[in-house]
Design a protein around this ligand. Structure first.
Ligand SMILES: Cc1cc2nc3c(=O)[nH]c(=O)nc-3n(C[C@H](O)[C@H](O)[C@H](O)COP(=O)(O)OP(=O)(O)OC[C@H]3O[C@@H](n4cnc5c(N)ncnc54)[C@H](O)[C@@H]3O)c2cc1C
Length: 342
């Protein structure tokens, strides 16, 4: 059959990752429909190539050129697709910008996603690490998704249980890794919306604005203001947001650490373990504001690694490894990176 795929070779990914790393993909295809993926699976020219699904590139560290095929999700569309007694169901295509989608739901008068305002990236990537911020995660409003199986060449649907969402985790980072391409995601947005202001920063921002009974839009605006103050804009300074997950330790380890560091904050988890603040551990290890070559630790937030200009992915990975080693030596805690290393 004639190949209608538009394949670009030796494609620069520099403008497609928020670290601004200058790496190339051997081959690159824009995906705006499942049919493109079927063609990719059939195309002899692409057989045997490793594949990388790309959204906004805001959770990737490109440590080298990618010797395979980049599938860049660019499908668009947002629709209300149904409702039940409790929720309105809204479906968005994988290539939609996450923040623009959240704003669209708010414009329709639908709350639920407001705490996740201004997270960069695409709708299709949101389930991969169950994106979360300010006391909310997408699993709280997730209904189902459609994905394409690159091995079997067919589409399938997964409900919330099948996605196995955890803290910055899902089945897509485990059993379905390198296999499922998310095509669209459907959210169940509550008809009886309740504000989620459990996170101290959000409560304080609302209080400072004199808002006692916030709407979903008020919370979105508060979150946008906090994030704009705290996080570097990738358009100005390359970064991928939090570079490390907050580590989870046993109650025993946390008690031992507290004896040495009584000022250390820790957050109890339902299973009796404790979450520590990775940013605090890095700060205490003396890394805040420091650099190794052109890779640096953001001055205002030690959890964010930045490209100070022209850094290679390797340099950023080396900085991350140096931080991990120091935090391990000082606290006996292994930090796990959040972005996907390529
Ligand atoms: C300034 C900044 C702040 C951030 N803040 C947060 C935050 O508060 N909370 C948070 O959770 N994250 C945060 N992030 C990380 C990032 O925004 C999210 O992880 C986001 O979901 C990544 O989306 P993306 O489209 O850019 O994914 P990409 O970086 O393109 O891809 C990330 C991973 O998902 C896979 N993937 C992408 N699209 C698909 C698809 N359609 N199907 C299958 N796999 C896919 C990729 O292969 C890769 O493994 C932040 C990043 C930045 C730069």
């Amino acid at each position: 059959m004639t190949l209608s795929l538009s394949i670009q070779y030796d494609f620069s990914l520099r403008n497609h990752n928020t670290f601004g790393i200058d790496a190339k993909a051997h081959a690159y295809v824009k995906v705006d429909a499942p049919e493109t993926l079927r063609e990719v699976c059939r195309a002899e020219a692409l057989a045997g190539l490793k594949r990388l699904v790309l959204g906004g590139g805001s959770n990737l560290l490109l440590t080298r050129d990618f010797p395979g095929l980049v599938l860049h999700m660019s499908s668009k569309g947002i629709h209300i697709v149904g409702e039940d007694a409790n929720a309105v169901h809204v479906r968005a295509a994988a290539g939609e910008n996450w923040h623009a989608f959240v704003q669209w739901t708010l414009m329709q008068g639908l709350g639920g996603l407001e705490n996740l305002s201004l997270i960069p990236g695409s709708v299709g990537a949101a389930p991969i690490q169950n994106i979360g911020a300010y006391g909310a995660e997408i699993k709280d409003c997730f209904h189902e998704l459609t994905a394409f199986d690159l091995v079997e060449g067919r589409t399938f649907t997964l409900d919330k249980a099948a996605c196995k969402f955890g803290y910055r985790d899902s089945v897509f980072k485990n059993g379905l890794r390198d296999r499922a391409v998310i095509l669209d995601v459907t959210f169940a947005l509550p008809k009886q919306w309740q504000p989620n202001v459990q996170y101290a920063d959000v409560a304080q921002e609302l209080a400072a604005r004199g808002i006692a009974t916030p709407t979903a839009c008020d919370i979105s605006e508060a979150v946008i203001a906090i994030r704009t103050r705290k996080l570097p804009d990738p358009a100005v300074i390359g970064n991928a947001g939090s570079f490390f997950k907050n580590p989870i330790v046993s109650a025993q380890s946390r008690d031992e650490l507290l004896r040495q560091y009584p000022q250390m904050a820790s957050y109890g988890q339902p299973d009796g373990s404790f979450k520590l603040a990775a940013g605090w551990l890095i700060d205490q290890s003396g890394w805040k504001g420091k650099s190794l070559g052109a890779a640096g630790v953001y001055e205002k937030q030690a959890l964010v690694l930045v490209n100070r200009g022209g850094a290679s992915g390797r340099e950023i990975a080396d900085l991350a490894a140096a931080i991990q080693a120091d935090v391990m030596a000082r606290f006996g805690v292994m930090l796990e990176p959040e972005p996907v290393f390529i």
